[in-house]
Design a protein around this ligand. Structure first.
Ligand code: SF4
Ligand code: SF4
Length: 364
């Protein structure tokens, strides 16, 4: 997989290691990953490794390796112990929170860049402000909040699924805390994506895009699917052993899947939030009710409430950032950390390297 991907021409080679739990592969696996990336990467190319983990198996050796190769690690943590341990338990039933904190300490000790992924479920959806401050107090300044929306085979919501109203209230509560104190200190992935769109015309999360041809999900046996929520036999795009990248990109299955994103509900056509929502993730449209892409998202009304509350503030912030960038360009100076270029976005100097690893100078 690494050899064939790195034989294609890309500005940056992005690898996202997810499971299940990817650290179950052990340090040996990740030593081999970076060895192969060095072997197959042409001189000077930029490689980005992201890893999503529950952090319970991270030890000093593994953290040192992630630090050395600047992996960006996402740690799943759903809040303080009494919240986190409600659903995130070891196979024996014991809560995993204490082990997650041990893993986080390890990452901190080795200066590994990491962010928190919070699954927003029925266990924590009413406690947004508490969650936000909990993460901040732990010294975590990059937050991802993911709505838990799961259905049974009959399309009925499972017990941990949240409602649209709950999701809207949650996002508004987080936004209210963030906008008051932390716009230049805490990065919320969802808000950053909207700001990126307002400033640079591109989103950084796939849910907001109009097409779901965003990446390939590669399973342990090499089978390839269009999205990690849609690993289904009928959506298998190919296998890494016998499919070339051009073939994969041109796959009819892949393009048909991606096109469903823009086949949204008729209410979306007249929705003023459509430019930011694009009908929402297919997962929230295809797994319940009629199971058709033209069905309204399960979370629609929550998003509407959030956009109504947050867009004016986000637009103001975007205008300020544009002004700062303009002034910096006039002065030929380096952008400071408050100018809100994402850490993994290309440096404005045009080098092709990530902002965090480069000079941050604007080109003239
Ligand atoms: S289905 Fe959802 S998660 Fe998958 S690519 Fe589309 S928007 Fe992204
Ligand atoms: S907020 Fe609702 S109606 Fe508007 S684009 Fe999103 S899903 Fe469609």
């Amino acid at each position: 997989m690494i050899a064939s991907y790195m034989a294609t021409a890309q500005p940056v080679y992005y690898f996202g290691w997810q499971g299940g739990e990817p650290t179950l592969m052990g340090l040996e696996f990740f030593l081999k990953v970076t060895e192969l990336q060095k072997k197959y990467g042409r001189r000077g190319v930029a490689v980005s490794n992201g890893l999503q983990t529950n952090a319970t198996l991270i030890d000093d050796e593994m953290a040192a390796h992630f630090s050395k190769y600047r992996f960006l690690v996402g740690v799943s943590i759903d809040g303080p112990g009494e919240i986190h341990d409600r659903y995130r338990v070891h196979s024996a039933g014991r809560g995993s929170h204490a082990d997650v904190l041990r893993g986080i300490d390890c990452l901190k000790r080795h200066n590994v860049e990491f962010n928190a992924l919070v699954l927003v479920s029925s266990a924590n959806v009413t406690r947004a402000k508490e969650l936000y401050h909990y993460l901040r107090d732990l010294g975590i300044y990059y937050h991802q909040y993911i709505p838990c929306v799961e259905f049974d085979n009959n399309g009925q919501p499972l017990i941990f699924t949240i409602s649209a109203k709950q999701w809207g209230d949650f996002l508004c509560d987080i936004f209210d805390e963030w906008i008051k104190w932390d716009t230049r200190r805490v990065s919320i992935r969802w808000f950053d994506s909207i700001i990126s769109y307002l400033v640079e015309g591109r989103f950084t999360v796939c849910q907001m895009e109009q097409n779901c041809c965003q990446y390939f999900l590669i399973e342990y046996n090499g089978d390839i699917y269009p999205c990690d929520f849609f690993v289904r036999p009928e959506l298998k795009v190919g296998n890494i052993w016998d499919a070339s990248w051009p073939e994969l990109l041109q796959s009819q299955i892949y393009s048909d899947f991606g096109a469903q994103k823009a086949q949204w509900h008729k209410e979306c056509d007249n929705c003023e939030d459509l430019p930011y929502c694009s009908g929402d993730c297919l997962k929230h449209r295809l797994f319940h009710g009629t199971k058709h892409p033209r069905q309204l998202s399960w979370l629609c009304h929550g998003y509407k409430r959030f956009f109504q509350r947050a867009l004016p503030g986000l637009r103001n912030l975007a205008d300020t950032i544009k002004k700062e960038r303009f002034e910096a360009r006039m002065q030929g100076g380096r952008l400071d950390s408050s100018s809100k270029i994402g850490r993994n976005e290309p440096c404005p100097c045009g080098s092709g390297s990530k902002y965090k690893k480069c000079c941050g100078r604007l080109t003239h």
